[in-house]
Write a protein that binds this ligand. Structure first.
Ligand code: CMC
Length: 424
């Protein structure tokens, strides 16, 4: 049996045979037969926008791999900076490469004083930290004008290092401003996760010593969130990157996409939902509202995963480690009950709705003391590695500028009406 599909234009009787390659059929082949007939695919449900060798998500089997390595192994054995290297450069680093990479990231964590004093401190006192982060990332491009040299390998690598290194600094700075605490400078003697926790929580002590279990939990969460192939924010990164904008501007677009409650804002929405439910006795009533279509069960369902999200399984284990230090989040009982009720209800099973990465991550963050409005920010820090890996791949592929077509369904041509001739 041939690995092809045959398409026939019934208006003309002409046919074309198209090979199926890597699980897809090339639109360029389709165009040979039907140059003016567009695929109508809002939200790209059935469209592969690129070929990528970074991350594999198999939604039916519940598999997630970065560069071929199962997420379970990476979460257990690796650390975030090594995973970032793997995503960006395709292979696990040798010892000397990892040392150099870690050193470079560690020594690019500082931000320009104007960024902190003038830019971040210019926000309104109650600015949402994610809004601050999005704007700050875009503003970074003005500090590094050479970032426009996207085909210069040295400049490209430098901007990648800067972005990964400075995200935690900007994130913590946004939080400190929001709560009226002084900015904490990065500490180069700390690892990536511990340094972030120091910038978040340090008060009067000369040196902040993060609890190792909590620093490890943050590092694992960063690994789990580092990439997820062509999700909404990564698509934004690729689309903006395809115009050859600098990486800071493209990352700001990606971070904006991540801000929405359907994407990176979902863990915030989960905690809000659990607070609204308030007690396990109210779970059944809430599930009835979900089934009536009044509300969505936040943290459930995924465009790609049609079984348990493998990240959610790992996060459940991390939650136990965190709660052993912080005490159990009182919302956990409600979450467990929700999961139990949903996973025994045909509404969810028939639609293949299972807990996703966000169902438990918010509970962990909350137990660690992160305010809810920091949740999307916590997602953006590690996802920056994934965004940049896709941006780099896109440039290496010499991709065309993203420019989809539309099915025009508006008015045919009509004449302009002067104001006096228009109705009320
Ligand atoms: N609660 C209740 N019903 C749902 C939910 C939900 N969370 N998600 C999907 N459905 C139903 C939906 O109503 C529809 O039912 P029907 O066929 O009767 O109309 C069916 O399931 C298919 O839903 P869909 O909206 O077509 O699915 P989608 O692929 O467009 O949406 C999603 C994916 C993640 C936006 C959606 O599942 C959702 O809104 N979930 C809650 C928000 C959330 O947890 N987002 C985090 C995603 S994971 C983080 C990330 O990778 O960004």
């Amino acid at each position: 049996m041939a690995d092809t599909v045959t398409i026939t234009d019934n208006r003309t009787g002409e046919s074309i045979e198209i090979p199926i390659v890597d699980g897809g059929v090339a639109a360029s082949e389709w165009r040979r037969l039907l140059p003016d007939i567009w695929f109508y695919d809002p939200a790209f449900v059935q469209t592969a926008g690129c070929a990528s060798s970074i991350t594999l998500v198999d939604g039916e089997q519940g598999i997630l791999r970065y560069r071929g390595y199962p997420i379970e192994q990476l979460a257990e054995k690796s650390n975030f900076l090594e995973v970032a290297y793997l995503l960006l450069f395709g292979e696990l680093p040798a010892a000397a490469e990892l040392d150099e990479w870690t050193h470079n990231i560690t020594h690019h964590t500082f931000i320009h004083e104007n960024m902190r004093k003038r830019f971040l401190e210019g926000f309104h006192y109650d600015a949402h930290p994610m809004g601050m982060l999005v704007s700050a990332v875009a503003a970074l491009s003005t500090f590094y004008p050479e970032a426009k040299q996207i085909f210069d390998p040295d400049s490209r690598k430098k901007q990648i290092v800067r972005l990964i290194a400075k995200m935690p600094t900007l994130a913590a700075a946004a939080h400190r401003f929001h709560v009226g605490m002084p900015f904490v400078y990065p500490d180069n003697s700390l690892d990536f996760a511990s340094n972030f926790l120091s910038m978040m929580w340090k008060t009067a002590e000369p040196r902040y010593a993060a609890n190792p279990a909590l620093a490890h939990a943050i590092d694992v969460l960063f690994i789990l969130h580092a990439d997820h192939e062509q999700n909404c924010s990564t698509t934004a990164m690729r689309v903006v990157g395809s115009s050859h904008a600098d990486p800071y501007s493209a990352c700001a677009a990606a971070a904006s996409a991540l801000y929405g409650p359907r994407h990176g804002g979902a863990n915030e929405a989960v905690v809000q939902m659990l607070l609204e439910i308030g007690h396990i006795d109210n779970v059944d009533a809430y599930i009835r509202r979900v089934k009536a279509g009044e509300v969505r069960l936040q943290g459930f369902g995924h465009r790609v995963y049609k079984s348990y999200d493998p990240r959610a399984k790992i996060i459940k284990r991390v939650a136990d480690e965190v709660f052993a230090v912080t005490g159990v989040n009182h919302l956990l009982d409600i979450a467990l009950k929700l999961e139990e009720v949903a996973l025994s209800d045909d509404y969810f099973l028939s639609r293949k709705l299972y807990p996703n990465v966000d169902f438990y991550s918010g509970l962990i963050y909350q137990a660690m003391g992160f305010p809810i409005n920091m949740f999307p920010v916590l997602f953006a820090i590690p996802r920056t590695a994934g965004w940049l890996a896709h941006w780099k791949e896109l440039l290496d592929q010499d991709s065309k500028i993203s420019r989809p077509r539309q099915l025009y369904v508006g008015h045919p041509e009509r004449d302009y009406l002067p104001l006096s001739e228009r109705g009320a």
